[in-house]
Ligand binder design. Structure first.
Ligand code: URP
Ligand code: ZN
Ligand code: ZN
Ligand code: ZN
Length: 468
């Protein structure tokens, strides 16, 4: 099958131009000046005039079916990757999990078993290490060498669940420095947070907003700074701070980057648009919808302004969703009367491409930075480039035809994620995902679904090609 995506404005990290994209089978074979195209004969022509043609989105941070807080994230690999496709994301990198005491390879095998035959789009894994010991360190080498897993997430939060102490973190960083992997860090001081949580509960402060109040920005900044210091001691081990939410943490990342360090960070749409007061502080138990860690930050502080600035100047390299949905019914409700028992996570895998595009509409981001932060940099950062993340000959034909004149209304009635609410209910985006192509196959066209579960392939990743 050959396909010509005709007359669109192709957007890449280095600029835009009107071009025709020729696809044969699963690959892009040419990006042509339209005046050269008439001689080409193809099976199908897709008119993209007046639209943007961008590389398919890569969401580098999702948690399908993650067991957490006594329940499991409500999207399966089937429902979650289908929703992602609707939203213009054609690759996810999900987090396989080693629970404390478990063999790393067993955790990985369990994740493959969940995902295999279920995904609508291509997928890869990072590995969460819940217990760094000698076996886990050896397993890191094996995963990098054989399994295409080149990034490992550690937690400075969640004592007793995923927490690693500084010694464990340092050892994992030293191992990563040797084998070339990236260390991803959940940077919050979980030991101090647990004290604040217990004190709040003891005072009867049980509403969802106290989830945010007991996780202050200072403890995100402290942990971010400590992770950066430990990575320095580990001979500049590559470090990637996940779900960065606070100005103070961003300042630590910026300081390290100004020194030329291999320190990177992502933020998520929830931190760019939602706040402690307006969402987490919603009346009654409503705020539970927005319980996630790191938490939403105060609108009375300049976090959102600073995060957008960070995206412009590349102190924030990537926007991922940290998609970790829980329904209110039977899931978030586990924390009725005690915010610390609300499962942590927000679902948004379907909305990332749109929510970041709204930043372009609002004059906060260039078109090129939009594409870079949602597709090109995730591919480079996590060893998928140039197979993914760019519209150029030889790359997989993962394409989104995006209509800047369309509108997208976000809400539970129309989204495709397996959630009984939307974190972005009522948001209206000045843009719309039109056609979504995954490895040459049209899987979404004008809101209609043509994909199928099981067509998504597992991607073995290489080492990061983003390091300094
Ligand atoms: O609240 C969150 N972020 N849930 C998902 C797990 C994690 O820490 O990323
Ligand atoms: Zn985390
Ligand atoms: Zn996460
Ligand atoms: Zn069709």
């Amino acid at each position: 099958m050959s396909l010509l995506v005709k007359g669109g404005t192709v957007v890449g990290p280095t600029g835009t131009r009107v071009a025709d994209v020729l696809v044969e089978g699963e690959k892009i074979v040419a990006v042509l000046d339209p005046s050269f195209t008439p001689s080409v004969t193809v099976d199908e022509v897709l008119d993209a005039a007046g639209k943007y043609v961008i590389p398919g989105g890569i969401d580098a941070h999702t948690h399908m079916e993650l067991p957490f807080g006594g329940t499991a994230a409500s999207d399966t690999f089937d429902t979650g990757t289908r929703a992602a496709a609707y939203g213009g994301t054609t690759t996810i990198i999900d987090f396989a999990v080693q629970r404390t005491g478990e063999v790393v390879q067993d955790g990985l095998a369990a994740w493959h078993a969940k995902a295999e035959g279920e995904c609508h789009i291509d997928y890869a894994f990072h590995m969460i290490l819940g217990g760094v010991d000698a076996d886990a360190l050896k397993a890191m080498d094996q995963l990098v060498a054989d399994e295409g897993i080149t990034s490992f997430k550690l937690f400075m939060a969640y004592p007793g669940v995923f927490y690693s102490d500084d010694g464990q973190i340092l050892r994992a960083m030293q191992t990563a420095r040797e084998n070339g992997a990236m260390i991803m860090m959940h940077a919050e001081n979980g030991i101090a947070i647990d004290v604040l949580v217990q004190q709040a509960i003891a005072k009867g402060q049980t509403d969802p907003i106290y989830h945010g109040i007991t996780r202050p920005a200072a403890l995100e900044a402290e942990a971010t700074n400590r992770a950066i210091a430990l990575a320095e001691v580990a001979q500049d081990c590559p470090l990637y701070i996940v779900h960065l939410s606070a100005s103070q943490a961003l300042a630590k990342v910026a300081e390290a980057r100004d020194l030329g360090r291999n320190v990177f960070a992502e933020t998520c749409p929830q931190y760019l648009y939602l706040t402690l007061e307006d969402q987490l502080g919603a009346p009654g138990f409503e705020g539970a919808k927005w319980v996630c860690s790191t938490p939403l930050r105060s609108k009375h502080e300049p976090h959102q302004r600073d995060l957008w600035k960070g995206l412009r100047n590349n102190d924030l390299a990537i926007v991922s969703t940290d998609h970790c949905p829980f329904c209110m019914k039977d899931q978030k409700e586990l924390g009725l009367g005690d915010f610390s028992k609300i499962p942590n996570g927000i679902g948004g895998v379907e909305h990332r491409v749109d929510l970041v595009f709204q930043g372009v509409v609002d004059g906060k981001l260039s078109l090129e930075r939009w594409v870079e932060t949602i597709a090109t940099t995730p591919a480079r950062m996590f060893g998928l480039y140039p197979r993914k993340g760019i519209v150029q000959p030889g790359s997989d034909a993962d394409l989104v035809v995006y209509d800047p004149n369309g509108t997208t209304r976000i809400g539970v009635a129309t989204h495709h994620m397996n959630m009984d609410h939307s974190a972005y209910e009522g948001f209206e985006i000045q843009g719309r995902v039109g056609t979504v192509i995954s490895r040459g196959e049209v899987i979404v066209a004008d809101g209609n679904y043509h994909g199928r579960k099981g067509r998504g392939k597992f991607l073995k990743r290489g080492l990061s090609s983003y390091l300094m």
